[in-house]
Design a protein. Structure first.
Length: 363
């Protein structure tokens, strides 16, 4: 990375602030903690080197509780408090795609650069601002990666796709998964179930089991995912369950207990075995940090912003946005380029299996 450059005098601020928006309590606390840890590590690294472009970076962490109203009020607060002398230069997040369009509109109008460090849906990706970066790719990619693993590991077996029809992002991924089976002439092996069409978990579980299905991909609310998985695995210990780790995790383990063993979880890849990640991994370990989960992505978001600041020699929103068009940028997973803030290539999902309380990446 290039050495920090001096900013033009008119662009120097008394303080340069960045914020990370992530849950600090509740269902998604674990992932919020990971994301915050990665951002904190990157900010500390910058400040230990003397700052960025001669400025120390001040980090603000905000808990939006994965709530739409709080996400919007947080964005409004950031916009109002950001001024020439106390500039909010970057927002990392939010972790949850709460009120995505409204929130990004607020940040763009206030000229606050925003980097989303997790996946978004292709619908959300159509919402564009020059200073809005969807860093890693699309939620629908998990459909492609699930199908690839299914073909390799469970060929021609029937799968129950269970989803919450009231959750738009879940419906979008479910549609993508149905399309993967259809275009590969496997539609007859996929049977869909909508949580909202059943009065209770017991009736849904019974219908799946009566269909002689032994594999389920479950998406929706953490409690319902976990209750259904427990019901299925109680009846058949070796019933195969896939879910999205960001929709389950701690709730899943709490409700299933020992029955959670052997379950599969879709999540962003750990990158530890990715050759492109070696330099970052060594750097983090020298700092005494063992990168886990989303911490890598929080760290990478700040490093991307740092690269843009150094290239543009400015914290200015317009100049950062212009620098984003300049080509490829080093990322923990390899060089990345962006078109209108969207990545040229969507990062593939990893598939993890739970063994002995540990998540092992199997794909």
């Amino acid at each position: 990375m290039a050495a920090a450059a001096c900013l033009a005098p008119e662009m120097v601020f008394a303080d340069v602030n960045i914020a990370v928006i992530a849950p600090k309590a509740g269902e998604y606390k674990k992932f919020g903690d990971e994301l915050i840890s990665g951002v904190e590590t990157a900010v500390n690294e910058i400040n230990d080197r003397g700052g960025l472009a001669g400025e120390k970076i001040n980090l603000i962490t905000v808990d939006d509780q994965c709530d739409d109203r709080i996400a919007v009020s947080t964005a409004q607060m950031m916009a109002v408090s950001s001024s020439r002398r106390d500039k909010m230069s970057l927002v990392v997040g939010p972790f949850c795609p709460n009120a995505f369009g409204e929130v990004s509109d607020i940040y763009a109008k206030a000229e606050i650069f925003q980097i989303i460090p997790t996946t978004v849906s292709r619908r959300e990706a159509q919402h564009r601002h020059k200073g809005l970066v969807k860093m890693v790719g699309y939620k629908e990619r998990q459909a492609h990666d699930f199908f690839a693993y299914y073909q390799k590991t469970f060929p021609n077996q029937k799968v129950a796709l269970v989803y919450d029809g009231d959750m738009r992002p879940v419906v979008e991924v479910a549609a993508a998964l149905q399309e993967e089976f259809r275009k590969n002439d496997q539609a007859y092996n996929l049977k869909t179930f909508n949580f909202r069409n059943y009065d209770n978990i017991a009736s849904l579980s019974a219908e799946i089991l009566n269909s002689e299905i032994k594999i389920a991909y479950i998406m929706g609310q953490p409690e319902e995912i976990s209750q259904l998985a427990r019901s299925l695995k109680r009846e058949h210990k070796y019933f195969v369950v896939f879910t999205n780790r960001y929709q389950s995790d701690e709730t899943y383990n709490r409700i299933l207990g020992d029955l959670a063993e052997g379950s599969y979880f879709m999540a962003l890849p750990s990158l530890k075995d990715n050759p492109a990640f070696t330099e970052t991994l060594v750097r983090l370990r020298l700092l005494g940090v063992e990168p886990e989960g989303l911490s890598v992505y929080g760290y990478s978001a700040v490093r991307l912003w740092e690269e843009l600041v150094e290239q543009s020699e400015s914290f200015n929103y317009e100049k950062l946005a212009e620098a984003l068009k300049s080509g490829k940028f080093p990322a923990a997973w390899g060089d990345a380029a962006y078109n209108d803030g969207n990545p040229e290539d969507s990062l593939p999902y990893g598939i993890y299996r739970l063994y002995g309380g540990e998540y092992t990446q199997v794909y």
